[in-house]
Write a protein that binds this ligand. Structure first.
Ligand SMILES: [Zn+2]
Length: 552
C-alpha cells in the first residue's frame, strides 16, 4: 500500500473545510468522529479540496475544488445561482438515495429540473443540484446535514423508521459526493482490524430466580404463558411440541421450586457462558431490590421494582466475571438523578471490585439530559438508546457516539432486543421473520461497519420463553459475517481508540493512542474509479500509532 503512504508524504490528504452555524459546532465535531476523515472549521486563509457549507452565509465560492452546500430552506446562494426551489417541507420527507430511503426530519427542499441521485420518494423531484466544470464541482443538497445529525442524536427516530441507519446514510452520501467529484478521501472506518464489524452480546438481568416470585404478576404471567400461551404458539407454528412439553413440565414444577425441592430454572442464567462457548458477554444487573424508581413525572409502576438486588446474586456475578464476562449496572433512577446514579454505580463497584462500570437502564428509561446525568454519576458508558417495541437504529447509527450532552461518556446504541422481536405486544415475529429482521441489521453492519448490540434477557433461554435456539443462530450469523464479538466495555474502548486518532495537518501524520489488546485501526483511501485502498495503522512508536507499510 505504498500509494497510501505516498499520499501522506506528498501532503495531498484531502482536507474538508466546514462552515456551520455557531450553534451546531458540537454536532459537526461529533459527525466527524463518526465519519473519521481529515476536516477542520473553515479558515479564511486556506484553500480546501472540499468545502462543506451548512449555513446561509457569505463565503468564498472559489475556496475549494468541491463545494457542497447543505440547506433545507431557500438560501442566498440559490438566488445568486438562479436555482429554482420546487417545494419546501419540514419533516415527513423520505429521500431516495440510489434506491435506499433516507428520512429527513427537519426542513427539506426539492429543486426544479432533472437528474440527481437523491430524490424525494413521493414527488420524484431532485433534492440535489449538481454543477460541474473543469475547475470545480458544486452540489446544492436540499437539507441541513448537521440539523439532521442533531435530530438523530437527540430526539432519535420514530419506531416506524427504526430499520434505517439514517446517520450512516448521510455519511455515505457525503463520501460519495466527494469521491465522485474526483477528490481522494482518506478515512478511518468504524471497522476493527481483522473483522467486518463489532458485535456485543448483552443480558439485562431482570428475573434471575422464579423463587423470588410468589403470587405476583410475574409468576402468574409465567404460568399463563407456559400453559396456554405455549399451546397457542404450537398451534400457530411458533413453537415446537418438544418445547411445549418443557414448558408444561416447568409449570408443574413451580410449587416444588418454591418448596426448595426442584431446581430454580431461572436461576441458571449463568449457563449463558456455556451457550456462548467462551465468547464473553455483558450482564447488566439491578443494584437494589424493591425499588420501582421514578418516571419523568412521578413514581414508576410498582412492577418495575426488582425482586432481587445485585448483592443476592453475588455468587453468580463472581462466576460470570471469572469466565471473562462484564458486569454493568441495570439502573433504576440513574437516568434521572446523578446522586441516585452514583449510589447505584457504587453498589455494582462494591460487588465487582471494578471501577469502570457501564450502564443500561431498566425498561430503557431515558431522557435528553440522561447522558449528562450518567456522566456526572461516574458511568463509563451507556447502552440504553434503543427501542422497547422494535429493533433497529433509534439514533440512526451503527456506531458508538458521544451524546451532545456529554463530555466523555459514550453511547453504545442497542439494536436487537429479544422481547421486541417476540412479545405479542411488540413485533410478535415468527422465528423466520425475526431472522430476516436481524439479518438486515447484520448486513448493515457489514456494509457500514460499527456495532450490533444485542440484548437477550437473563430468563430468555429458560422456560417459558426458550429463545436459546434463536440466540445460538444469531451468534452463528454474527460470527459468519465477520463480527469481532466483544464485551460492551471493550467495544466502547475500541471506539474511544478510534476517536483518539488524529490527522495531523495536511502534511499527513496520523496518530492514535494505542488501546491495549484491542484490534487495530485501518486507514482507507477512496479514489474515483478505483477499489478503496486499505492499510493497517500499526505499531507503537512512543505511544503513538503511525501509518505503516503493513498491509492486508
Ligand atoms: Zn430491565
Amino acid at each position: 500500500m505504498v500509494s497510501c503512504l505516498r499520499q501522506f508524504e506528498e501532503g495531498s490528504l484531502a482536507m474538508i473545510g466546514v462552515i456551520a452555524n455557531p450553534t451546531e459546532l458540537a454536532v459537526v465535531r461529533e459527525f466527524f468522529e463518526l465519519f473519521k476523515t481529515p476536516w477542520e472549521f473553515c479558515r479564511s486563509d486556506r484553500k480546501y479540496e472540499v468545502l462543506v457549507c451548512a449555513t446561509d452565509s457569505n463565503f468564498n465560492k472559489n475556496a475549494a475544488k468541491v463545494l457542497l452546500i447543505y440547506g433545507g430552506q431557500k438560501l442566498t446562494f440559490d438566488s445568486e445561482e438562479n436555482i429554482d426551489i420546487a417545494s419546501q417541507r419540514k419533516g415527513n420527507r423520505v429521500l431516495s438515495y440510489n434506491g435506499t430511503g433516507i428520512p429527513i426530519y427537519g426542513d427539506c427542499v426539492t429543486f426544479r429540473g432533472e437528474g440527481g441521485f437523491l430524490r424525494d420518494q413521493e414527488s420524484q423531484l431532485p433534492a440535489i443540484r449538481l454543477r460541474q466544470s473543469s475547475e470545480m464541482v458544486v452540489a446544492r443538497i436540499g437539507y441541513n446535514l448537521f440539523g439532521e445529525v442533531r435530530a438523530l442524536l437527540t430526539a432519535g427516530q420514530p419506531a416506524a423508521n427504526a430499520a434505517i441507519p439514517a446517520l450512516e446514510l448521510h455519511i455515505a452520501v457525503l463520501r460519495d459526493l466527494i469521491v465522485m467529484s474526483g477528490v481522494s478521501l482518506t478515512e478511518i472506518p468504524p471497522v476493527p482490524d481483522g473483522y467486518r464489524f463489532i458485535a456485543c452480546l448483552t443480558h439485562d438481568v431482570d428475573h434471575p430466580s422464579i423463587r423470588l416470585h410468589k403470587f405476583d404478576h410475574t409468576m402468574f404471567g409465567f404460568l399463563y404463558r407456559a400453559i396456554l400461551g405455549s399451546l397457542c404458539n404450537v398451534v400457530c407454528g411458533r413453537m415446537s411440541f418438544h418445547n411445549l412439553l418443557i414448558n408444561w413440565a416447568a409449570a408443574v414444577k413451580v410449587p416444588f421450586v418454591h418448596l426448595g425441592i426442584a431446581r430454580d430454572f431461572w436461576y441458571e442464567f449463568d449457563s449463558y457462558t456455556k451457550l456462548e462457548k467462551g465468547l464473553r458477554s455483558s450482564f447488566f444487573v439491578i443494584p437494589f431490590k424493591g425499588r420501582p424508581g421514578r418516571t419523568g413525572s412521578g413514581p414508576a409502576p410498582s412492577r418495575r421494582a426488582s425482586p432481587y438486588g445485585a448483592n443476592e446474586i453475588a455468587e453468580h456475578v463472581r462466576k460470570l466475571m471469572s469466565a471473562g464476562c462484564e458486569i454493568g449496572l441495570h439502573g433504576i433512577d440513574a437516568w434521572f438523578e446523578s446522586t441516585e446514579g452514583r449510589e447505584e454505580l457504587e453498589e455494582i463497584r462494591r460487588i465487582t471490585g471494578k471501577s469502570d462500570i457501564g450502564v443500561r437502564m431498566h425498561w430503557l428509561y431515558f431522557r435528553e439530559q440522561t447522558p449528562g446525568t450518567l456522566e456526572k454519576a461516574g458511568a463509563n458508558y451507556d447502552s440504553t438508546v434503543g427501542y422497547n417495541e422494535t429493533v433497529g437504529y433509534r439514533a440512526g447509527t451503527t456506531q458508538a457516539y458521544k451524546p451532545l450532552e456529554a463530555n466523555q461518556l459514550l453511547e453504545l446504541p442497542l439494536h436487537i432486543m429479544d422481547t421486541a422481536l417476540f412479545f405479542p405486544g411488540h413485533l410478535h415475529l415468527f422465528p423466520k421473520e425475526a431472522s430476516k429482521r436481524v439479518g438486515a441489521i447484520i448486513d448493515n453492519a457489514v456494509r457500514f461497519g460499527g456495532v450490533v448490540t444485542v440484548n437477550w434477557h437473563d430468563r430468555s433461554i429458560a422456560p417459558e420463553r426458550l429463545w436459546g435456539d434463536f440466540y445460538l443462530q444469531l451468534i452463528d450469523e454474527l460470527k459468519n459475517k465477520g463480527a469481532w464479538i466483544a464485551t460492551a466495555a471493550e467495544a466502547v474502548s475500541w471506539f474511544r481508540k478510534r476517536r483518539s486518532a488524529t490527522f495531523e495537518g495536511l502534511g499527513g501524520e496520523l496518530t492514535a493512542e494505542i488501546g491495549a489488546d484491542l484490534p487495530g485501526l485501518r486507514l482507507i483511501v477512496h479514489t474515483r474509479g478505483k477499489a478503496p485502498q486499505d492499510s493497517l495503522i500499526n505499531g507503537a512508536v512512543s505511544g503513538l500509532a503511525r501509518p505503516s507499510l503493513d498491509t492486508k
